[in-house]
Design a protein around this ligand. Structure first.
Ligand SMILES: Nc1ncnc2c1ncn2[C@@H]1O[C@H](COP(=O)(O)OP(=O)(O)OP(=O)(O)O)[C@@H](O)[C@H]1O
Length: 251
């Protein structure tokens, strides 16, 4: 098992953002973490990647106990997260931004730039090497964020809503890119709101609701799970959907 998260808990004063959350990610998989707004997804990511210290629980990555370890230590071991709000270095080009990620493992600027160029091609930015980061569209920034994380030579990528704000054609493209990245040997755990993308991309998903993992299964199993439907749509929703669906639900 590449990533094992056991009983993670994070409290902010009286509010428990994440409670006793456990999940596992096997090497080579694409796993999603889904759930309604405020469910605790970003907090869970922050704890896994070392940005927030958990009050309780344990995170093991490739056999290393990384609980509470600093982000750069975790990143060095091969686990890198992206951020929901993308903030590239505005004064730098696409290539230079990606090279910043590559500098984690390569001191030589020439080497970092060489790796950055390869990764730019991998994420479909091969024609934008000299483009200033500040002039990128939302979709471009999302790709750049993906590239910067990849450039750290991550073995496990934690992607926080890389499809938010994209139009359907852009989503289709980034879904293909993420699949290519996985096929190239990178394991992926992603937070995603775009259900269509979760359905087509991930092989399994965990559902967080009010800080707790309430379900785990294939996306197909989860969208048919009354507990999950209720978490998204409110109490009684599963019953109402069933009543409205009539025979079709049982076909
Ligand atoms: N630094 C903080 N201090 C206090 N409360 C926080 C902090 N960070 C998160 N929270 C609270 O913890 C809960 C979980 O937030 P979190 O951002 O992890 O949810 P989320 O599932 O990522 O939501 P979204 O989909 O809206 O991004 C929310 O109630 C949020 O207000």
């Amino acid at each position: 098992m590449m990533l094992v998260v056991e009983n993670l808990t994070k409290r902010y004063g009286g509010l428990t953002a994440v409670r006793n959350a456990s999940l596992k990610v096997d090497e080579g998989r694409i796993v999603a973490l889904i759930g309604p707004n405020g469910a605790g997804k970003t907090t869970a990511f922050a704890m896994i990647a070392g940005f927030v210290k958990p009050n309780e629980g344990r995170v093991t990555f490739s056999g290393h106990d990384i609980t509470g370890k600093a982000p750069h230590v975790v990143c060095n071991l091969g686990l890198t997260r992206t951020f929901q709000i993308v903030q590239p270095f505005a004064g730098l080009s696409v290539l230079e931004n990606i090279a910043v990620g590559a500098h984690l493992r390569h001191r030589s600027r020439a080497e970092a730039l060489r790796i950055a160029e390869r990764i730019a091609h991998q994420v479909g930015m091969g024609k934008m090497l000299e483009t200033p980061a500040q002039s990128l569209t939302v979709a471009g920034r999302k790709r750049l964020e993906l590239a910067r994380a990849l450039a750290t030579e991550a073995k496990l990528l934690l992607l926080d809503e890389v499809m938010a704000g994209l139009i359907p054609s852009e989503i289709t493209e980034i879904v293909a890119t993420i699949r290519d990245i996985r096929d190239a040997g990178v394991t992926i755990l992603l937070i995603e709101h775009v259900m269509q993308a979760v359905m087509s991309l991930s092989e399994e998903a965990y559902v967080l609701n009010q800080g707790q993992i309430i379900a785990h299964g294939t996306p197909k199993q989860l969208v048919a799970d009354p507990t999950v439907i209720e978490a998204y749509l409110g109490h009684g929703a599963a019953g109402r959907l069933n009543a409205g669906g009539g025979e079709a639900n049982h076909a």
